[in-house]
Design a protein around this ligand. Structure first.
Ligand SMILES: [Zn+2]
Length: 425
């Protein structure tokens, strides 16, 4: 790290570009990084740097250097990765796939020389924030919904040089919504004195985290409140897909907050261990230490409160889903009772008809039978006569009756009843 500070002259602000070296061979320059520095009161955009140029740059006299870098581009290029490891002493564990997929962590590492004197102190931490766009969330949702949320990842590595007390903050893959606020917060607030310590930068970065989490929690709260106020109108028309989609976001917000609180706890422990092992050398440093400790504590407390609010959102939403479901069940139950009443009245009417039919049936049968031409009544002789051909009646009536019964019995086999299914509608 001896070459003078020279920003890469590549004008393009894309992440990758092709350079032509002095011998005319094309080489791929990956992972161009945007760099800002703060020296005294001056904050300066230093331009685009390749990993190799970052490794060689001193950024002399700057208290703070903020770097925007693309983690995957660096991870996938062996040379860029080696340059980053050499420049900022990024440990091997940071590059693992499980670290990249994690929902939050804090880690730190000290580098000491052979005499045990501190040379540099590295920290790395990751926070996730789920931002839900309440305006684009439709009133009702089907199975396929447009994406109306974004994950903001605060994936940060800090490198503090003990000798010069310089702080390097690498913000990996900053989302366009949070990159500039993070950078500006750092550059605006970082103290102009050189008496910075390894945790100076963290408090400013975390203040922004609280701001993003606050927006995330209140956007969910607005959705929940909107559901509560429309309770009477949606009683039978509640979109369960939408309610469950909001519940999913609420669960994620609570998850990220819970992880953030726990991560803050780990960070505070490390903060205390560091200053136990390396006590502040002067009054200014001690003031800075106690201030950062108090700020971390306050931020953790605020995140805890947000977590409680987020859990409350989650519970309120579960309450609304339960109420809406109960209302629907009650409505269905009342409808069933009404159908039952109607069926009861119909049944009573049919019973009366059946009773009357049964009352007259034997007499009708008898009168029908005796009115057949097989029987004859002679008024002169005052006697009944029955034809010897009466067996014909039985010979026809019995097979026809049996055939009717058989047809009735097997009717369902030939013409099965079609079941009513929603998918057939
Ligand atoms: Zn590369």
């Amino acid at each position: 790290m001896t070459a003078p500070l020279q920003p890469n002259s590549t004008p393009s602000r894309t992440s990758t570009s092709t350079l032509v070296s002095s011998d005319g061979v094309s080489t791929r320059a990956c992972a161009m990084c945007e760099v800002w520095t703060k020296t005294g009161q001056n904050r300066t955009f230093r331009g685009l740097f390749s990993a190799a140029n970052l490794r060689n740059a001193h950024f002399d006299h700057s208290q703070l250097t903020v770097i925007f870098a693309k983690a995957d581009a660096i991870r996938e290029c062996g040379q860029c990765r080696a340059d980053f490891v050499q420049a900022f002493e990024i440990p091997e564990v940071w590059w693992t796939s499980w670290s990249r997929r994690s929902n939050g962590y804090f880690g730190s590492e000290r580098n000491v020389d052979q005499k045990g004197d501190l040379q540099s102190y590295q920290t790395w931490f990751r926070f996730l924030v789920k931002h839900v766009d309440t305006k684009s969330l439709p009133a009702s949702l089907g199975h396929n919904t447009a994406k109306n949320y974004a994950w903001y990842k605060q994936n940060i590595f800090t490198h503090w040089v003990a000798r010069t007390r310089q702080t390097f903050v690498i913000i990996f893959d900053p989302h366009e919504a949070i990159g500039s606020p993070l950078k500006d917060s750092m550059l605006d607030s970082f103290p102009e004195t050189a008496a910075s310590h390894p945790f100076e930068a963290h408090t400013y970065l975390l203040q922004e985290l609280v701001s993003f989490q606050d927006k995330a929690v209140w956007s969910i709260r607005d959705l929940v409140r909107g559901t509560e106020t429309k309770r009477s109108s949606y009683r039978l028309k509640a979109s369960y897909f939408r309610l469950h989609e909001v519940a999913r976001h609420a669960i994620h917000v609570s998850e990220t907050l819970s992880v953030a609180v726990s991560t803050l706890g780990t960070m505070m422990h490390e903060h205390d261990y560091f200053f136990r092992d390396y006590p502040p050398p002067d009054v200014a440093s001690n003031t800075s230490y106690t201030r950062s400790r108090a700020r971390l504590s306050f931020i953790r407390n605020t995140l805890k409160s947000l977590l409680e609010r987020s859990n409350s959102n989650k519970d309120r939403l579960a309450n609304e889903i339960q109420l809406s479901f109960n209302n629907l069940t009650l409505f269905n139950s009342n409808t069933s009772i009404k159908i039952g009443h109607a069926a009861q009245i119909d049944s009573a009417t049919l019973k009366t008809i059946a009773f009357l039919t049964l009352t007259f049936l034997p007499a009708t049968f008898v009168s029908g039978m005796f009115s057949m031409s097989f029987f004859g009544f002679s008024p002169d002789e005052d006697r009944w006569a029955m034809s010897k051909q009466f067996w014909i009646y039985w010979a026809i009536a019995v097979p026809v009756t049996l055939t009717t019964l058989l047809v009735w019995h097997y009717w369902d086999n030939f013409f099965p009843v079609k079941s009513v299914d929603r998918d057939d509608e």
